[in-house]
Design a protein around this ligand. Sequence first.
Ligand code: NAD
Length: 332
Amino acid sequence: MKNEINVLVTGAAGQIGYALLPRLVSGEAFGPNTTVNLKLVEVPQVVDKLQGIIMELEDCGFSSLGTVEAYSDIFEAAHNVDWALLVGSIPRGITINGKKIEERGDLLRINGGIFTDQGKAIGENAKSDAKVLVVGNPANTNALIGMTHAKNPSQTWMAMTALDANRAKAQVSIKTGKAISKIKNMIIWGNHSPTMYPDLDNAYADGEIASTVINDDSWIEEDFLEIVQQRGKAIIDARGASSAASAANGAIDTVKQASNPTEEGNCFSAGILSDGSYGVPEGLIFGYPLKTTREGKIEIIQGLELNNYAKQKLNITISELQEEKEAVKDLI
Ligand SMILES: NC(=O)c1ccc[n+]([C@@H]2O[C@H](COP(=O)([O-])OP(=O)(O)OC[C@H]3O[C@@H](n4cnc5c(N)ncnc54)[C@H](O)[C@@H]3O)[C@@H](O)[C@H]2O)c1
């Protein structure tokens, strides 16, 4: 018998949406025995464009495709949802009411406003065990706003850092010559922003500590960190548009990792509500090493060592998240 799952995607007509939707219904994300019903959400001015992607999804002929519905009202769309992928947000550089949105503070406030309603809608109308992945930037603080307004602690809110983890794994694979499938336990600590800390002292390359295999601190502390932290900008500079295929891939990876038990000795990366683990103040959405238990619960992996260098890096990204939280304090 086939299972059914209801998946909500905001920003569905955007470029990440275009790369993401076929992979949600191809059988890859939820397995071949699950029928995926899509609830696509867009702003009212754009919602009609969704008919184009709906036609394309039909034309792909995926046997996992269930119903597809287009919405501009998040409260209607959120009914009975198992997974919500919150991709839609306003990008930096857009002009709103004659003002170009360049400052992080303005971006935080505008997108924060979107996530208050999305949080309420998901808290009230989605399933009690719904999982929510925030992709739209600033992802960690948007997730904090959404989760606060959802007021539904049995739901799990995450911010996407899987793309950063995949970028870090790719660089380690290139540097060491080890297959990417052998690069494990790649943790992105902190914010999905240039302050994130990709941790090579707890990652493994073919069973050995990655930083030991690389044995080149100046490459790790300068080249590697810079490449991973600035990869988003490098792609915009080269492509003239932000990463979409790899961002969609990060979302699919997170769905798979959060839906299936995590193998021993490995973790997955996402931002989740901090509970004080690793000295991070409570009440931030913070990138942690995570595992999915056999019961489908997502937990922070405990007991990893952080050296002084790593602790310094964590303090930088903690401060940034505290500043972001302060900038939207009236929204949470
Ligand atoms: N976390 C990550 O690793 C990561 C990686 C890449 C991009 N991103 C972020 O993902 C977001 C989307 O990127 P994109 O390239 O698809 O952008 P895009 O501009 O192509 O698409 C965004 C879509 O969101 C829609 N939208 C805006 N507000 C909405 C709302 N309130 N409800 C529903 N839809 C809404 C827009 O109409 C647009 O179609 C951006 O914020 C980007 O910065 C995050």
